[in-house]
Design a protein around this ligand. Structure first.
Ligand SMILES: [Zn+2]
Length: 98
């Protein structure tokens, strides 16, 4: 659904929602002030706002396919930086004076 804004030759602007059929207006519109036909103006606007038709078979860009080695990066699991169980304490205890 597109919102189309048309300015009539009389200067009146009006807008409406339309679902384009084949890139064109599926119904006619008329200026709410002077009653002039605004369908052709709406069709021009539709031609500007709609993307150009893509020829069949042109969706794939030319070029070699991506190598299989270019896999997406995996999430790296990191272990928390802490000493393993049973390791000596980081601070050396001073020897007891006798
Ligand atoms: Zn008008």
């Amino acid at each position: 659904m597109l919102e189309i804004k048309v300015q009539c030759d009389c200067g009146q602007k009006f807008k409406f929602d339309v679902e384009p059929a084949g890139g064109r207006m599926p119904f006619g519109v008329n200026c709410p002030v002077c009653g002039a036909d605004g369908t052709s103006k709406a069709n021009e606007i539709l031609r500007r706002v709609l993307p150009p038709p893509v020829p069949a078979g042109a969706s794939q860009p030319p070029g070699p396919p991506a190598p299989a080695a270019a896999a997406p990066p995996r999430a790296r699991i990191t272990m928390p930086n802490r000493p393993a169980a049973g390791s000596p304490p980081a601070q050396a205890q001073p020897a007891e004076p006798n």
